[in-house]
Design a protein around this ligand. Sequence first.
Ligand SMILES: CC(C)(COP(=O)(O)OP(=O)(O)OC[C@H]1O[C@@H](n2cnc3c(N)ncnc32)[C@H](O)[C@@H]1OP(=O)(O)O)[C@@H](O)C(=O)NCCC(=O)NCCS
Length: 152
Amino acid sequence: MDLKIRRAEEKDVQAIAELEAVCFKGEDPWSEGAFFNEIVENADKTLYLAAISDDRIVGYMGVWRILDEGHITNVAVDPAYRRQHIAEALISEMIRLTSEGGTSSWTLEARVDNEPAIKLYEKMGFTGVGVRPGYYEYDGTDALIMWKGHEV
Ligand SMILES: CC(C)(COP(=O)(O)OP(=O)(O)OC[C@H]1O[C@@H](n2cnc3c(N)ncnc32)[C@H](O)[C@@H]1OP(=O)(O)O)[C@@H](O)C(=O)NCCC(=O)NCCS
């Protein structure tokens, strides 16, 4: 598979929001406006990456850089392109780029019932360190807090 990972730009906002709506259906997906805010308005504090295959966006991820920490906001891959290591490629590239900018630890929340995501992050060196009860307000599910590169 021909896969390219590059920084997401303003022209990608609509496609990313459309993919978000598919990947987080029923789970409070972010709006196009929210992605515009993240990718364009807050470009100095965030890094959003897009995975391109067959000339379209098939995956994306975002991270906020806060001091030396990276707070991952979202990672998603088009259902038709899953299990081809695209999420892995996105996270590896994000870690490489943010490390260069001084980030030394990364964190995220995942639904405790989201086995694909938890397995993915474990494979990428993240460890579950605690639970935020009822974190997902739309259905009250708990979040697993995961960190990589952080003394806990
Ligand atoms: C989670 C998600 C991003 C994974 O994307 P992906 O490109 O299919 O993942 P990869 O192919 O890079 O998988 C890397 C590793 O993650 C784990 N993994 C991924 N999907 C898995 C699944 N369905 N079941 C078990 N393990 C899985 C495996 O360890 C896999 O390595 P392997 O294929 O060598 O066994 C994708 O399923 C998705 O978009 N889900 C909906 C959105 C979501 O839940 N995002 C995370 C929010 S916290």
